[in-house]
Write a protein that binds this ligand. Sequence first.
Ligand code: ATP
Ligand code: MG
Length: 586
Amino acid sequence: MDEAALRELARKYALQNAVFFGGKANPGAVIGKVMAEIKAESQMSGERLSKVVSMLEEMGLIKKVSLEETEKVNSIPPAVQKVSLSLIDPSLLEKKEKEQRKGLPELVSAVKGKVVTRFPPEPNGYPHLGHAKAAIIDEGYARMYDGKFILRFDDTNPAKERKEYYEAILDGLKWLGINPDKIKNTSDDMGKIYRYAEKLIEDGNAYVCFCKIEEMRKNRSEGVECGCRNAGAEETKENWRLMLTKLAQNEATLRLKTNMQNINTAVRDPTLFRILEGEHPMQGKKYRVWPTYDFSVAIEDHIDGVTHSMRTKEYELRDELYFLLVKLLGLNKPELIEFSRLEMENAPLSKRKINPLIEQKLVSGWDDPRLPTLAGLRRRGFLPEAIKEFVLSMGVAKSEAVAQWEALESANRKILDPAANRYYFVADPVRVEIKNAPDKIVTDSLLHPDKSEAKKYELDGKNLYVYIAGSDAKDLRKDDNVRLMHLFNIKITKIGEKYIEADYAGNDKDAKKLHWVPANSPRAILHVFGPVFQNDEFNRNSLMVKEGLVEPYASNIQEGERVQFERMGFAILEDKKSMKFNFIHK
Ligand code: ATP
Ligand code: MG
């Protein structure tokens, strides 16, 4: 490739990048695109190696030329960029579908129309951002291949499942815009699951173990077989019957007979069933022997015809067990795909860590706006579209990286900024009395820079006072000349304990600007949140309550509406009666 061709390529991608991103192309992105195209070309023509070598030599040139072309493109007006790009190739003006679906690479052995995926949450708590990741990926793949997506409640522990949690999961998914093609419970299939257990017993592949938990653990780690293992099929059948009818919790388990010396300890005679007494929210007292995840997941995936079974990486060691069960029971063998567990900085992404916060009443409930639960994020003002974008931007990589809140916030901000109306909120208000103002003053400012609707106030100059924020008042000194935004300037004449006096001072737009609200402004409360965890412990300063005033026009804000408080950030109106807002983010 000669320099002229390279230049043409760089110009094309610089134009395209500029058109997609508000008129300014990112040089790094342009270099990436140019490199990718050169690479792709070299693969097609089969001259890979020599091309890669010469590409390295050209690297200096690629970078230089890309930077130069990016700079040129960025200096021309966006309208001209668009026209220039359409002259090269009008199809470049459209974002490719594949690019928009970033983060979901093609699946192995996926056939359009035949892919079946499932999301299997346990209804033992409210769904959180980690569940959103799994569900979005599971559903995303089903949609990508015109397949089927199943929501399967993995409800095999009567002591932990609750009706409330099934509903919370349904609510959370609905809010995310995830629509399962089928909803079912593992507990509906208990009869079938028992039959598979009986097959294992008949084939001599399972035994009832009476060892205590510690003993079992010790034997497993040392690779030692216990005596229970020697029971024949008939004896095991009888023991299994005792498990189903008489034996007490912790007295016996059903275990798979494998190899106690297997390098992978997860496959050393794993437990398949345990006795768990208790009232199940769906099945009542019908069953007292419940399968472990490892056993039920392989069977359920088979019953549901799952072709691509996805789970988080910590299950990787259990793939071997999954495939062993597939073999022993003659089940379908899906592709097992593992992705990394989502972790967020300073936030608990596990029901195990969230539960204690609720039990100890450190937060107000599962929907506390500080929590990374879907119900919490929703109250906090995050949009489901932002969550989807955030999750997909991380993709299905296995690599662990603690995600930053800033990434989710930035996805949310991108949606809110062009839509949220702007208002003034003044915290810890201080009254400012203004003398010598004109009799009648009319102010207006736009509700949003892209909208024509204005907020209009008529002030009576003869008896004029406004409120400014306590933090602004604190910095004022006598004789300061400051500008009240969209109004006029004032000169401070007196600073009292709880009020300020000032004189009207004409118009000087260069003076320091203060935001303010008029005399008849309603009270409002703003909840501002800090990280819920700090150094892995609950942050006792994670909720700050600010009281203040919002401008009168704010009475038009609807409950649930997201707005922008000027100079502060975005907030959502949670309760209209008390004008209580939750702060979303800057
Ligand atoms: P928890 O500790 O919150 O109970 P879990 O994995 O036991 O987590 P389940 O309800 O059993 O929760 O999980 C349902 C699905 O959601 C599983 O496939 C699990 O891998 C996935 N999942 C749970 N937490 C995360 C997370 N933080 N990131 C990605 N996926 C997750
Ligand atoms: Mg679980």
